[in-house]
Design a protein around this ligand. Structure first.
Ligand SMILES: C[S@@+](CC[C@H](N)C(=O)[O-])C[C@H]1O[C@@H](n2cnc3c(N)ncnc32)[C@H](O)[C@@H]1O
Length: 302
């Protein structure tokens, strides 16, 4: 170790995409490093990041706690695409939730999530299944958690994308599909707490337009975790000179790129509002996001 290293302690930037173990919100969570070799039948479990799952928890926890304690419905928390189980673990550990149901279409995710629950001494109903109308009864969920896949990729590499990143070439396919199903599951006065990177134009992410159409009788409050950036610049950072036609077409159709958290409330409000947040980012920026998506894209470029 050099003298300089001794004097400058390592900066705390929160969990990293190469970590296999993270601790926050009172839980320990095991995940896969982003560069683990994968197949569809042994897929990677999404890494944890300060601006992603830590942010989601800090931004949403008060609304989640309110809904769990106030809304009248059978399921306290429905965790759609649970991955490592992180959202369910946080809610089981820190709220009065008794009935948590967590699903994922990836078998490995459910195995890892079950192990994480055991390590944290928590009892959670993890199920290996794709999200569908059969996942829960109509209007039975107080809180639904979403962090659907939103990576941007050309169709040529779709089959090689990890399922945690495979949401359609515009990154919105799975989110829209899941919102349509959640419209059935969300209780009166219930909430959906989501994280999402989203293409946009004319000063707003596309989800601000389609959420009110897909989830009825609701209002939406969302925050820009990071300030919006140019789609073209992001795609260039991720893919360099590869897939230039995809890059140009995507950036022309949607010049703006947003990275957001949002709360959809079944309150008949009919409003869409953008709010500012005060959640610490620990120095994380779009440069970190680009590097994360570059690492994901490498699965398709090998
Ligand atoms: C971006 S990861 C998020 C994982 C975890 N919620 C987190 O925040 O770390 C998305 C997860 O959704 C799962 N998934 C994708 N499509 C799904 C579907 N149709 N039904 C159930 N799970 C799905 C993936 O396997 C992946 O584990």
């Amino acid at each position: 170790m050099s003298k300089g290293d001794e004097m400058e302690p390592k900066r705390d930037t929160g969990p990293s995409m190469f970590d296999m173990k993270s601790k926050f919100g009172g839980v320990v969570v095991y995940t896969d490093p982003v560069n683990r070799e994968r197949t569809d039948s042994s897929d990677n479990v999404m890494s944890l990041l300060q601006e992603e799952q830590v942010f989601w928890w800090e931004f949403s926890k008060d609304s989640i706690e309110w809904a769990i304690n106030t809304v009248k419905a059978e399921i306290d928390f429905l965790d759609v695409g649970t991955g490592s189980g992180v959202f369910s673990l946080l809610i089981a550990k820190n709220t009065n939730a008794k009935n948590i149901r967590a699903i994922d279409k990836s078998a490995r995710a459910i195995e890892v999530a079950k192990r994480n629950a055991h390590i944290n001494d928590l009892n959670i109903d993890f199920r290996h299944e794709p999200y569908s109308e059969h996942t829960a009864a109509r209007r039975s969920c107080k809180v639904i958690g979403f962090n659907p896949p939103y990576h941007l990729y050309p169709s040529e590499i779709e089959d090689k994308m990890p399922q945690h990143a495979r949401g359609g070439t515009d990154g919105q396919g799975v989110f829209k599909e899941q919102l349509t199903i959640a419209d059935r599951h969300l209780a009166d006065s219930g909430i959906i707490a989501f994280n999402q990177m989203c293409l946009g134009r004319n000063g707003a992410p596309e989800f601000a337009r389609y959420i009110p159409e897909l989830v009825k009788e609701t209002s939406l409050a969302y925050t820009n975790i990071l300030p919006p950036m140019a789609t073209g610049e992001f795609l260039r950072g991720v893919y360099g000179d590869a897939f230039l036609e995809y890059q140009t077409q995507t950036a022309n159709a949607f010049p703006e790129l947003y990275y957001c958290n949002g709360i959809i409330s079944r309150d008949n409000g009919g409003k869409v509002v953008v709010i500012k947040h005060t959640v610490p980012l620990k120095g994380r920026t779009w440069a970190d996001r680009i590097e994360l998506h570059r690492q994901v894209a490498l699965h398709g470029l090998k």
